[in-house]
Design a protein around this ligand. Sequence first.
Ligand SMILES: Nc1ncnc2c1ncn2[C@@H]1O[C@H](COP(=O)(O)OP(=O)(O)O)[C@@H](O)[C@H]1O
Ligand SMILES: [Mg+2]
Length: 332
Amino acid sequence: MNKTTSLEGFERQPLISAENLTVDIAAGKTNIVRIVDNISFNIGVGERVALVGESGSGKSLTARALMRLDKMARLSGRVDFDGTDLLSLSEREMSRKRGSSIAMVFQDPMSFLNPLMTIGDQVAETLRLRGVGKAEARKRALAVLDELGVDRAAERLNSYPHEFSGGMRQRVVLAMALVGEPKLLIADEPTTALDVRVQDQVLDLLDDVSTRRGLAVLFITHDLGVVAGFAERVMVMYSGRIIEDGDVSDVFAEPQHPYSQGLIKAVPRIDQELSTLFAIPGAPPLPSARPDGCPFHPRCDQRFDRCYKELPQLHVHNNHGAACHLVDGKRG
Ligand SMILES: Nc1ncnc2c1ncn2[C@@H]1O[C@H](COP(=O)(O)OP(=O)(O)O)[C@@H](O)[C@H]1O
Ligand SMILES: [Mg+2]
């Protein structure tokens, strides 16, 4: 795969690059299930990348692996961040990277917030844990809440999470993630629980912050509809593998993998009758029961002999890659 990604003619500096990242999880006493299977990708400095796929495809575990959040998961491969392999750091070194290099926001802000702590204290906490003094931490918490459009931020430092609306809570969680000035923000379905109007506001906010700070964002969603306006690049995940990776405009205009084609066809359009909505037939395989060959072949309307036997690899050409035997062009 190419080391850098191009955007409007210039090459971005790579910020994070995963090479052959694999996540295995113990299921029961003896079984080990491979949830994320040997994926490689790069995210450039300040780049906005979407990771898309149906529920259960391994998106969250991929993100959590980059931050080494799951103690039970067995990780292999490499994750280079700014020249360091995160997978080889001690737990202590890794904990210093969390928040200051990579930070993450999740779908459900309420489960992440402490109902008994003021907003101000929660946003400042990341800094306090790093030895920043109380007054300074509070000042920076205020600045970041301001930056994220929380009005009357100074007053609201003393509020509690239940006094905030859903959209405002998502801003607070974002503030907690951003106060440590990370270079990469991972946003795992941050808008899924919100109504459409608030969803758009959060996306606009992420867009602003990313541009202003030169912050790279890995935006995770099952909803391809939200990708086009926000991300520059999209990676499509299926059954623990990245099966397509390219600039958003290329992938939307010319999706190469039949799965991506199906996802795009399934995005509802405003002018569309409900009865004509398309859905990819069938369901993804369980990680413990992947079929031989291409994991998508049982659902694929373009499959042929080779798809039953051989796992397709991701081939990148002109910054656009797909793991599909059709794209190889070598049938049989
Ligand atoms: N802690 C865990 N133990 C065992 N299996 C898990 C665990 N977390 C996730 N899985 C399984 O891994 C697969 C991928 O999960 P996940 O990364 O959460 O998918 P996504 O975020 O794309 O919906 C699912 O089949 C899920 O059931
Ligand atoms: Mg998930």
